[in-house]
Design a protein around this ligand. Sequence first.
Ligand code: GDD
Ligand code: MN
Length: 373
Amino acid sequence: MLQLAVILPTYNERKNIALMVERLDSALAGIVWEAIFVDDHSPDGTADEARRLSLTDPRIRVIERIGRRGLASAAIEGMCATAAPVVAVMDADGQHDPKLLPEMLAAVTGGDWDVAYASRFAEGASTEAWGRPDRVKASGMANRLARRVTGVQLSDPMSGFFMLRAETLRADAHRLSGVGFKILLDILATVDAPLRVKEFPLKFAARMEGESKLDRTVVFEFLIGLYDKWLGRIIPTRFALFGTVGALGVAVQMGMLYLLLRVLLGERFVYGHWSGETTFNIANTLAAIVAMTFNFVLNNELTYSDKRLRGFAPLMRGWAKFAMTCSLGLLTNVGSAAALKAMGFHDFVAVIIGIVLGSVWNFALSSKFVWGK
Ligand code: GDD
Ligand code: MN
């Protein structure tokens, strides 16, 4: 009877597939297993290579996803696609040693442990062979941050090598975020029942072939995920991002205004004496347009990275709509401040409330009309 499914998310790992299968085969002697490669339509033909092996070895299965990307969501889909009572997830590039699998299996089937995982930072583990001191450092930081925010107390909650009973996962699979690389962390932070976790020290190896897919986007998504867990219920993540971008926009407008006035006024530029000149109004208008464009670009890249507008025409249309939204936001901003002042509020308070209302308005309108469906 099938005992174990090993899920291997892949993206551009063609050269590693056959080697990986060989290593699984020798490590799992005596165990009835299957391996599921979950590939995101890799351009290098990883899925074809896995299917080629599957033709003569039915223990090899392939899920090819089209138009999707992501390690965590691939792992979840792989784990949900097997009848095996126990599921493992590991990297397909040789950095995780399959020799640990039998001991991990014994741990989660023995009844003492719910999850077994391989830690790069446990007693007896090592990261030297990885050959990436920069990543070791970054990993340490990510781990500390993750421990603090989620309360998951493991030496390596970011590990991508773990095993658990399928039933444990299935109960909560629909609640997992599936974003980025942090799949184990997600499971431990999401599942309500306290899970008993057994740690195995891992000698984290160097990649066999190819290169890492952990890029800036993955890091950004990780930070966003932590924010979401930490404060997301009070101030929604998207609004927090939108607000942060807006605040940066203020700085851009100020800087731009300063530069423009220096250029336009030349000798006549005196710091702090800008008003009364037509030059000021022209410069400030230009600076505001630059700041607004900056906000549009940054919101498109970060706040709405999942709905990012691409290509010249969509970007121009988006920019024009964003400009219109901002003009309305400005009316709300200035208008409500004026109304509040008339009602007897202190100037400062009126301005702050105006800014907040204007931003909420901008946010609501732009999420619907600029980055909406
Ligand atoms: N399907 C799919 N889709 N697979 C992916 C994707 C994706 O978008 N991105 C990466 N993978 C696969 C890779 O092909 C590899 O088999 C595995 O996921 C790990 O990816 P790497 O790109 O090799 O990650 P790494 O070695 O830099 O990162 C290591 O540390 C991370 C945390 O610090 C890995 O151990 C990760 O598993 C771990 O989360
Ligand atoms: Mn890797």
